[in-house]
Write a protein that binds this ligand. Structure first.
Ligand code: ARG
Length: 338
């Protein structure tokens, strides 16, 4: 009996120790997997040598530094990011992602980190496209899953062509395969300015006012960490420095909350369903854990029986030292009872 108790105790300690090393992983110094689609300059793109760079990358690195976590970037298409966040394949994303009410129902967003808006790009020689209404009955290019793609749906009679990334969309415009592109204004302007997008212009003023946020899965404990880091870099001047580096001007004032957040119900039935969903999704992992516990229990019982029998036999031994050793186990049992 004593041996079984010691074995169970020993195994429990081992269990606790391994548990500790897991929890250590979720406190300071942990690594977050962050989705990125590096085809969206100046927010995220790759240098000729393949190095990740851009406003979002600098900002994310600064946030990680001030909130004491590491970042592992994972490339994926923009349209794959929200599903990846929902299934918790990634911990966050930096993708110039606009905070929208629709998205905020299924993922969480950090406080806004960039003020943006949609604009129309067309060829310099196109005189017909002058505003949003003039896009009717035209061929519009958009990147799949973006706010630009959503906006284009409001255009009756126009043909929408979707592309996997933003450069493909703008290339289609240069080639004459689409009449206009709906995209984030800064991205079009940056492309034109850096000389990559020849014969293109931006028409009219901003069509929308949008704010970018860093998305995480719903209920993620990392959201707090990211918000803390973001608040620090906004306060200590690092944010302004990064903004200056990429846009050459001082950043505008940012609201603490995105205006759309007022329209999102904080808690309620939808929240309950989301929680249930998370529990259901975690069920296989939880059941797997229960199975391991059962296996360990069975193993400890088996080891206890074998070990206990051995000690019992040794206690009957004629050799005194052996009897003494086997008796020590019993003695400690009595001590533990005092
Ligand atoms: N801001 C837009 C949106 O959230 C476009 C973002 C596209 N980002 C990217 N990395 N391609 O829909």
């Amino acid at each position: 009996m004593t041996v079984i108790r010691w074995l169970v105790l020993g195994l429990s300690c081992l269990f606790l120790l391994s548990g500790c090393s897991f929890t250590n992983g979720s406190t300071a110094g942990k690594t977050l997997t962050v989705a990125v689609e590096p085809t969206f300059p100046p927010f995220e793109f790759q240098s000729a040598s393949g190095e990740l760079q851009g406003f979002d990358i600098d900002l994310m690195n600064a946030i990680a530094q001030s909130a004491d976590f590491q970042v592992k970037y994972q490339n994926m298409p923009f349209a794959g990011m929200i599903p990846a966040l929902q299934t918790q394949t990634v911990d966050a994303a930096v993708a110039a992602m606009t905070i929208t009410a629709e998205r905020a129902k299924i993922i969480s967003f950090s406080r806004p980190y960039f003020k943006s808006g949609l604009a129309i790009a067309t060829r310099t020689d196109n005189q017909n496209i002058t505003n949003f209404d003039s896009l009717k009955n035209k061929i519009i290019g958009v990147q799949i899953g973006t706010t630009g793609a959503l906006k284009a749906k409001n255009l009756p009679g126009s043909e929408i062509r979707t592309f996997n990334d933003s450069p493909l969309t703008l290339q289609a415009l240069i080639n004459g395969n689409v009449d206009a592109v709906l995209n984030d204004q800064v991205v079009i302007l940056y492309g034109i300015k850096s000389g990559n997008l020849k014969r293109l212009k931006v028409v009219s003023s901003l069509l929308t006012e949008e704010f970018y946020g860093i998305p995480t899965p719903k209920g993620s404990p990392n959201l707090n960490l990211i918000n803390q880091g973001l608040a620090t870099v906004l306060k200590n001047g690092t944010y302004a420095q990064i903004y200056q580096k990429w846009f050459g001007i001082q950043p505008p004032q940012l609201p603490e909350k995105s205006p759309i957040e007022n329209q999102i119900p904080e808690k309620g039935v939808s929240e309950l369903f989301i929680s249930l969903n998370i529990i259901l999704k975690s069920l296989p992992v939880l059941l797997g854990g229960a199975l391991v516990t059962l296996e360990l229990t069975a193993l400890s019982v088996l080891l206890g029986i074998v070990g206990g029998s051995l000690i019992g036999i040794v206690r009957l031994s004629p050799a005194l030292p052996l009897r003494f050793c086997a008796g020590a186990a019993d003695c400690s049992r009595k001590l533990s009872l005092v």
